[in-house]
Design a protein around this ligand. Structure first.
Ligand code: KG4
Ligand code: ZN
Length: 412
């Protein structure tokens, strides 16, 4: 079967086609396409994602990205049955008009697309329905509903965080021949899902069976990286820039001296609390006070690259310490046979290295899974893969009219 997936929960517009062959017990997956268009440049001047700008960009780009994804999958076939103009008047297209009533931009782009191309050979459409930015989610949902209606295909809503969880299995199709299987997963598993909007520790009891063990009480881990980078005038998104600063080798030797001379020490919020929650807003405030103090002491503080580097190292380590400690403790308590790391922050190399090390040091070493770098950020391939498992479990899908954006959608 082939699944077409759409992801627009934040600032990436993505469409993917996943092909599944083999038996139900041993499915073999192949990512035929996974197009991701980032809006980073558009949001950068604001130092964070602006929901309405994100919505506008998704509206402007979705049809083009769909076309690219279908073309790359060899599924874009021209419709030669002209003239089609009459078809536009059929009831189906009238429904389409009503679905896209609030998305005139999408309607304008999709109508000629439907006229020009045949319904592709796919079996299922999947779309992220939450959590995420509501205006952004709605564009993807309305777009997916329009495709499902026009092509007469079932539509399945998928939780974005579940997508990040499944991202650990994805393998890039480099030469159109790299297929992958789901292996190496034993239950129970604990999954640390860290993104720009969420930080969650999840117990995975079995396929699609979750219990949320803890989450952030305020800022998400990625959000903390973004906000601290902004304070340090390093740009957006903050995760990659702070990680790059912290990785500069020259600081390693100087770090200890700077650290003690300027008291660059940051707290590890709720590191020892008995629950599995996180809190990063206090850490952000601690950086703010540290900066105020340093600005007073050092007039050209923002030109002191060594100090900025030292703060990046300390901040990154503070986040990593908390994330790892709580993950490892939950793995011990629940006797996890697998530990999963996923989400945009899973691109952080130090986090990857240190988590792998911490897992290795456990008495009974569980399997450790994290996504290939390419699949750490938002992408539609992970949504397609999660959709496959839901489809196998329950092929009776409710009406598409019930599918709605839920910015706080929870894993159950
Ligand atoms: O999952 P994601 O792509 O989008 C959301 O669902 O939010 O995560 C984006 C977040 C951003 O906050 C970004 O700063 C962070 O992931 N991020 C990183 C790194 N690369 C991206 N955080 C730390 N280190 C990185 N290397
Ligand atoms: Zn995400």
């Amino acid at each position: 079967m082939r699944i077409l997936a759409i992801e627009t929960s934040c600032d990436e517009t993505s469409v993917s086609v996943l092909e599944i062959r083999g038996s139900i017990r041993r499915p073999v997956f192949n990512i035929l396409s996974n197009i991701v268009a980032s809006q980073v440049k558009i949001h950068a001047p604001w130092g964070g994602v602006v929901p309405n700008l994100a919505k506008r960009e998704h509206q402007a780009n979705l049809t083009l990205i769909l076309k690219k994804a279908l073309k790359e999958s060899n599924l874009l076939i021209s419709n030669f049955q002209f003239p089609i103009s009459k078809q536009i008047l059929t009831p189906k297209y009238q429904i389409l008009n009503s679905i896209l009533e609030r998305e005139p931009e999408l309607l304008k782009k999709l109508t000629p697309f439907f006229k020009k191309y045949k319904a592709p050979e796919i079996d299922l459409i999947a779309v992220t329905s939450g959590p995420g930015l509501e205006p952004a989610l709605w564009v993807g949902i309305n777009f997916a509903k329009a495709l499902a209606m026009a092509w007469n295909k079932p539509l399945i809503p998928i939780n974005h965080m579940e997508g990040h969880l499944f991202s650990v299995f994805l393998k890039k199709n480099r030469k159109k021949n790299l297929k992958f299987k789901i292996e190496n997963l034993k239950f129970p598993a604990v999954a640390l899902l860290v993104s720009g909007g969420h930080t969650q520790l999840v117990l995975v009891k079995n396929w699609l069976k979750y219990k949320l063990l803890g989450e952030t009480l305020d800022d998400a881990a990625g959000e903390a990286f973004d906000k601290v980078a902004k304070m340090l005038k390093l740009g957006y998104p903050g995760g990659p820039v702070i990680a790059a600063e912290a990785a500069k080798s020259e600081i390693r030797n100087k770090f200890k001296i700077l650290n003690s001379k300027f008291k660059i020490q940051l707290p590890r919020p709720i590191l020892n609390s008995k629950d599995y929650n996180f809190s990063f807003s206090g850490l952000k405030t601690a950086v703010l006070y540290l900066l105020k103090d340093l600005e007073k002491k050092i007039p050209d503080f923002y030109n002191r690259k060594d100090l900025i580097l030292a703060i990046c190292v300390e901040f990154q380590q503070a986040v990593i310490d908390v994330l790892i400690k709580k993950t490892i403790r939950s793995a011990q308590e629940y006797k996890a046979k697998t530990i999963i790391l996923g989400g945009g922050v899973a691109a952080n190399k130090e986090l990857r290295l240190q988590m792998a090390e911490a897992v290795k040091n456990l008495k009974i070493v569980p399997i450790f899974l994290m996504p290939e770098m390419e699949f750490t950020g938002d992408n539609a391939a992970m949504i397609a893969l999660a959709a496959y498992f839901h489809w196998q479990k329950n092929k009776k899908i409710g009406g598409i009219s019930k599918i709605a954006a839920d910015s706080n959608l929870r894993l159950k």
